[in-house]
Design a protein around this ligand. Structure first.
Ligand SMILES: [Zn+2]
Length: 312
């Protein structure tokens, strides 16, 4: 009886955890954006994301997908450096840079159309959905190319190097790749003139979703797996088997995978091994920064898209 009750609670929590934490994050962001006098509304997202990071870290302990993945693999220090440099520092530097570069085009378009092209008048959560759809389109293709074009894969391999999945894996990217990913994630909004409130909600959604996507939390999304790109799909994307990992490229939404034929969700199977083919891939921060420029990061370049790589 007790086991039945525990199982029911576990399954119930697995379905609620993402909608509840995301709903709270977006709700607090919405409330703060409406009540704050701050000039820099987007900065209000930082404490919300930090709180979500702590909550998701705790949830991994309370409801893990795999207990084994909760044990340190000597990767927490490295991922923390990736978090500060790639996710925080690079973002802070690149966003003003793109605004500076595209400011002229934005004001030109605004003068042509009488105002920004962005639909400021529609519901803020509809604006968020529109922002996600637009950013995800570019992000989908850049991510797909990162798997299909050898020199881009060299940069992206860092993100696929962990042998387990846990929330901090969301931060592990090469800084050069992060700069490339920031183009589809920021430039369309600058050109279209999206407002700060919408960008705040986008930043909160993107960060919380990324942490959940890589987390070691037991999550069941049901039909929502046809909308969001969460753990049940993203674990396949981190499979060591390339035929499985060249799928589910969506960063937040899975819609472009469904449209372009890369959606992969075998419901009766569990992913086996996570990570790269190369067991010698470096684990330290500096050696990972250098890895894309060295000869033997995984296998020779012509191997990446060969049929051999897709075999069992
Ligand atoms: Zn990938």
């Amino acid at each position: 009886m007790k086991t039945l009750k525990t199982n029911f609670l576990k399954e119930f929590a697995a379905r609620l955890v993402f909608p509840v934490v995301m709903g709270l994050g977006l709700g607090v962001g919405f409330f703060l954006s409406r009540s704050s006098e701050s000039e820099n509304i987007i900065a209000l997202g930082s404490p919300i994301v930090l709180a979500a990071l702590v909550i998701i870290g705790i949830l991994e302990r309370l409801m893990p997908y795999k207990s084994e993945w909760n044990k340190s693999h000597n990767d927490v220090g490295n991922d923390t450096i990736h978090l500060f440099i790639t996710q925080i520092l690079i973002g802070r530097i690149m966003q003003p840079f793109w605004i500076f570069v595209f400011a002229g085009l934005t004001s030109y378009l605004a003068s042509q159309y009488g105002s920004d092209i962005w639909p400021h008048e529609i519901n803020l959560f509809l604006q968020l959905f529109l922002a996600l759809l637009i950013a995800e389109f570019g992000r989908y293709w850049v991510h797909r190319w990162a798997h299909e074009i050898p020199w881009l894969w060299r940069l992206h391999a860092i993100h696929h190097s962990p042998k387990r999945l846990y929330f901090l894996n969301a931060a592990r990217f090469h800084p050069i790749e992060k700069i490339i990913f920031l183009i589809p994630e920021t430039v369309p909004f600058i050109i279209l003139g999206a407002n700060a409130e919408c960008l705040l909600l986008y930043a909160i959604f993107n960060s919380i979703h990324g942490l959940f996507q890589h987390s070691n939390i037991y999550i069941k999304m049901g039909w929502l797996n046809y909308i969001f790109s969460l753990t049940e799909l993203h674990r396949w994307h981190h499979s060591k088997k390339v035929g499985e990992s060249n799928s589910n490229y969506g960063n937040n939404l899975i819609v472009w995978d469904l449209i372009f034929g890369t959606f992969y969700w075998p419901k009766k199977k569990l992913v086996k091994e996570i990570g790269l083919l190369n067991p010698e891939y470096p684990e330290g921060y500096l050696s990972q920064l250098k890895a894309p420029f060295l000869g033997d990061i995984d296998k020779p370049d012509d191997y990446y898209n060969s049929p051999e790589r897709y075999a069992d």
